[in-house]
Design a protein around this ligand. Structure first.
Ligand code: NAD
Length: 384
């Protein structure tokens, strides 16, 4: 089986789907690897590194995109890249299937079997394939460094001959994978950290990292199936905003990571809260791509509002391309070996991981939520 690793062409994407170390292991296990020339350049892995790991280097689109059996990628495809893939190929990548259902339809029409890494179930069994988690951890770490480098203050407490500096106060909103990594990183830098999440179950995890958990008792269920947060009522949103306002006011840094799967990010930090912060304070909004948790966030930009810096980073994991690629390579190679343990693809749709992650197969879109987006009326008719 020939496995291809292609060059990412999305602007700003620096990661690569497999790093040479993982390529070497796959080659040892009998997979034939073909890496597109320059695929690892932005992540600091050269063609020579891949060649030394046992991969063939492909120099043209036809040689890699158009001739492999399995194609590995990081960022969702650009529409014209769909045309480069040979019918019958299996594609494994982030695909943003719900954000781009028509491209999923196009992949199906071209008989491409597509696996979306964002659809891997968040279960212990699938943990080593969970690229959403690995990349969220990178984002949480990078967000704190971004905040620290934009804050005109120290993070740690310093006692020096030139005086005593108090530690920075960091408030993390949303204590999922990214938020917990942000808490751990800010603590390592010496900040005093508080955190809030709408799921009360994360309290112990927050405390175990040395942060204080901000409690906001709500009289409604805040957790949906699968352990994710649920969208709450207007009254609960209002109560949450009132409760966190004082913590935002006293923080030097606010890092927001709150998301609700399939919905725009909840608005948690209002313009009035921003105005209440000390001049020079920093907000890093990791939910910027989903609309932002802060009312002033501009996705992809750093702005100054009422003397507070608000950063809305896009694709933060890409800025840490070496380790983000290393972790991604572990996730995607584990999925590859799961799908083809003996070098041949065996797709058992009775398996929850394969069933959930496979979006298109044998000319059909098979993911129900993508089908709903493609044919809303039809789906409604069959469910009535
Ligand atoms: P996410 O990116 O969807 O959301 C980030 C955080 O924002 C979550 O903790 C969520 O509760 C929080 N949030 C949402 N709305 C909020 C609001 N209004 N106010 C404050 N916080 C709000 O989450 P994630 O990091 O991808 O993980 C979420 C869930 O998935 C958790 O239950 C986690 O334990 C679970 N998970 C399980 C596994 C596994 O078992 N392998 C792996 C990863 C994640």
């Amino acid at each position: 089986m020939k496995v291809g690793v292609v060059k990412e062409r999305e602007v700003g994407e620096q990661r690569v789907a497999l790093i040479p170390e993982v390529v070497a292991k796959l080659v040892q296990q009998g997979y034939h690897l073909c890496v597109e020339s320059g695929a690892g350049d932005m992540a600091h892995f050269s063609d020579e590194d891949y060649r030394a790991a046992g991969a063939e280097i492909g120099y043209s689109i036809e040689e890699v995109w158009g001739s492999v059996d399995v194609l590995l990628k990081v960022a969702p495809l650009r529409d014209r890249e769909v045309e480069w893939i040979r019918p019958g190929t299996t594609l494994i990548s982030f695909l943003n299937p719900l954000g781009n259902p028509w491209q999923m339809q196009h992949l199906a029409e071209r008989y491409i079997t597509a696996f979306a890494l964002e659809c891997i179930p968040r279960t212990s069994r699938a943990q080593s394939m969970d690229a959403l988690s690995s990349q969220a951890a990178v984002a949480g770490y990078a967000a704190v460094l971004l905040a620290a480098s934009n804050l005109p203050r120290f993070f740690p407490m310093l006692t020096t001959a030139a005086g005593t500096i108090p530690p920075a106060k960091v408030f993390v909103i949303g204590a999922g994978v990214a938020g917990l990594q942000a808490i751990a990183t800010a603590r390592r830098l010496g900040a005093v950290v508080e955190a809030f999440d709408i799921r009360p179950a994360v309290k112990e995890e927050v405390q175990s990292l040395g942060a204080k958990f901000v409690e906001v008792p709500l009289e409604e269920e805040t957790v949906a199936a699968g352990g994710y947060a649920k969208e709450v009522s207007e009254a609960a949103k209002h109560k949450t905003q009132e409760a966190i306002a004082a913590h935002v006011h006293s923080a030097d840094v606010v890092i927001t990571t709150a998301q609700i799967p399939g919905k725009p990010a909840p608005l948690l930090v209002t313009e009035r809260m921003v105005a209440s912060m000390k001049p020079g304070s920093v907000i890093v909004d990791l939910a910027a791509e989903q609309g932002g948790n802060c009312a002033c966030t501009e996705p992809g930009r750093a702005i100054c509002h009422q003397r507070v810096t608000i950063i809305g980073p896009i694709n933060l994991p890409s800025t840490m391309a070496v380790h983000a690629s290393q972790m991604y390579a572990k996730n995607i190679s584990t999925l590859l070996k799961y799908l083809a343990p003996k070098g041949e693809l065996v797709l058992n749709f009775g398996d929850d991981i394969i069933d959930a992650a496979c979006i298109t197969h044998e000319g059909q879109v098979r993911n129900p939520r993508v089908l709903e987006l493609l044919h809303p009326a039809q789906t409604l008719a069959t469910t009535v």
